[in-house]
Every structure is written in structure tokens, then in C-alpha cells.
Design a protein around this ligand. Structure first.
Ligand code: 5GP
Length: 117
């Protein structure tokens, strides 16, 4: 298992060292807008504690994050009057992960509209 490196961008966002547009926060999780949104309303949900990805996550971290993902998927579907919601998550570089702090993408989706690449 590769060690967690707290020099990653999302750890810096958590520490307030770089700006982000925060949309939700509780004791265990934070959600903010993706800087390169693939659809309007594309947001990211992360745990506040160090965790590289799902492969590295504790049950408590997973539970906290997925609860927030569900809450924000429901809220953003309503807020964007969406037809559905895509929830995406990547693990390690070979799995498509670019930022090595656990995160879930939440994308409100509309019929016939493809996410930008
Ligand atoms: P992944 O690791 O899931 O492949 O992708 C990381 C995601 O983080 C990308 O969608 C990218 O646009 C987003 N991202 C990268 N750097 C920043 C940043 O500095 N701020 C925010 N808000 N999002 C970022």
C-alpha cells in the first residue's frame, strides 16, 4: 500500500492553504466544486482525515463519505433539476486517479447531455 502524502492538493484545500468553493462541510467530510467541471454542478466529496483512496479507507471513512455523497447527490439533482446523477471514483494512477486523497465525483446529469472530457 502506497503511503498517504499530505502534500496533495485536496489536503491543502482541507488546511485552507489553497482556495476552493466549499459547498458542504460536517465533522468528517468536505465537499467543494471541481476546478474543471465536466458538467454544471460537478463537485467532489472528501474525508477530512488522511486517506489515499478506497483501497486505503477505513469503514468509518467510507461510511462518512458515502453518506455525504448521497446527501449531495440528492441535493444537486434537485438544485440542477437533473434527470440523474453520476457518482465516480478512481483508485491509483492506473485506475485513473490524479489526486491522491480519497474523493468521489458527483455530477448532476441531464438526458442527452454528455460530460465534457
Ligand atoms: P481524479 O483524481 O478523480 O482523476 O481527478 C481529480 C479531480 O480533481 C479532477 O476532476 C480535477 O479537475 C480536480 N482538481 C484538481 N485540482 C484541483 C484543485 O486545485 N481544486 C479543485 N477544486 N479541484 C481540483
Amino acid at each position: 500500500m502506497t503511503a498517504y502524502d499530505d502534500d496533495n492538493i485536496f489536503a491543502k484545500i482541507l488546511r485552507g492553504e489553497i482556495p476552493s468553493t466549499r459547498v458542504y462541510e460536517d465533522d468528517d467530510t468536505l465537499a467543494f466544486m471541481d476546478i474543471m467541471p465536466r458538467v454544471d454542478g460537478h463537485l467532489l466529496v472528501i474525508p477530512k482525515t488522511p486517506c489515499r483512496n478506497v483501497l486505503d479507507a477505513s469503514p468509518a471513512q467510507l461510511e462518512a463519505v458515502i453518506r455525504t455523497v448521497q446527501k449531495l447527490a440528492q441535493a444537486s439533482k434537485a438544485a440542477f433539476d437533473a434527470d440523474g446523477v453520476t457518482i465516480q471514483q478512481f483508485n491509483e494512477a492506473a485506475g485513473g486517479q490524479e489526486v491522491f486523497h480519497l474523493h468521489f465525483h458527483v455530477l448532476p446529469r441531464h438526458e442527452g447531455v454528455s460530460p465534457r472530457a
